[in-house]
Design a protein around this ligand. Structure first.
Ligand code: ZN
Length: 295
């Protein structure tokens, strides 16, 4: 196994590829730095980091399929487990951000001695929203079947989009630090041959720990490893991905205006200035009453 190469700070690397005989589209991403950044911003516990990290990784993988600059993919987890809600959003350029309702959700390790993601997820739904510039964004909802997120998304793809897919996601956290994180998405193309599907299934069952792969190999080597003995592939695109929030003061200003005069006056009743904080990056913006005088 070759030595893992390092990318720029906070950047992950994403590869888009297609198999040589057009049986499947492939996406593979290293999200160690993205998840590390998310952990720092949201101060997530170990198991919450794993759940949040898998969601962020999935969003980056699915965002890679978007076509236009302004297109967005959003994944929402609504569950009865301790974590309650996770929302993540990504674009085609590999920018991803997220919010987690209960960042300190924690349960003991599972029987395999691993972080028990399913234990803090529980039951509920996962929703996929694709905003691709249409009047109404496309939205699909699917039940949580395992709570491990990867399997839940495979189920979603098969039942909601009728695209047989393999989703592999993994986040390893140790000593409160993200050691490795990444994932891959393999989506069958129309007309995929049975022989290919059989080989893929056999391989997927042998893969083992995804976090070990990303800990030991570069993202390209992970993809090569996953597709070895299945089919060769051709790289279509390689890009950097990053945890990035696009919020600015004006966006919050416009949000406050929608509250209406009366509500705004109420906000400033006992305060000279108010502070709002972005759910995705925790950046704070402050406003004074004068900011709203022209309304
Ligand atoms: Zn922000």
């Amino acid at each position: 196994m070759c030595k893992k190469y390092t990318t720029n700070t906070n950047m992950g690397k994403l590869i888009k590829a297609i198999t040589k005989e057009n049986n499947a589209r492939l996406y593979c991403v290293d999200t160690k730095d993205i998840v590390g950044e998310a952990k720092k911003i949201h101060e997530t516990s170990l198991t919450a980091t794993a759940a949040f990290g898998r969601m962020l990784t999935a969003a980056v993988l699915m965002g890679a399929d978007l076509k236009n600059e302004r297109d967005l993919i959003t994944l929402k987890l609504d569950v009865d487990g301790l974590v309650r809600k996770i929302i993540v959003t990504a674009n085609k350029n590999g920018d991803v951000k997220g919010d987690i309702y209960n960042p300190v959700a924690e349960v003991p390790l599972n029987t395999k001695g691993k972080l028990d993601v399913a234990g803090i997820v529980g039951k509920g739904t996962i929703t996929v929203i694709k905003d691709i510039g249409m009047k109404h964004p496309y939205s699909g909802i699917s039940p949580i079947v395992s709570g491990e997120i990867g399997e839940d998304l495979s189920y979603y793809f098969y039942h909601s989009e009728q695209i047989p897919s393999v989703v592999g996601l993994g986040v390893l956290v140790n000593n409160n630090e993200v050691i490795s994180s990444g994932g891959f998405l393999i989506q069958l193309l129309p007309g995929a041959k049975d022989e290919f599907i059989d080989k893929l299934e056999a391989k997927v069952n042998k893969i083992g720990s995804i976090t070990d792969l990303f800990n030991e190999m570069s993202v390209l080597d992970v993809l090569k490893y996953v597709m070895k003995d299945v089919e060769e592939f051709e790289i279509l695109d390689e890009m950097d991905t990053v945890y990035r929030c696009n919020c600015d003061k004006d966006r919050f200003y416009r949000g406050i205006i929608t509250l209406g005069r009366e509500e705004i006056d109420n906000l400033f009743k006992n305060e000279d200035n108010i502070e709002v904080s972005c759910n995705f990056c925790k950046k704070k913006y402050s406003f004074i009453k004068h900011d709203f005088n022209s309304l």
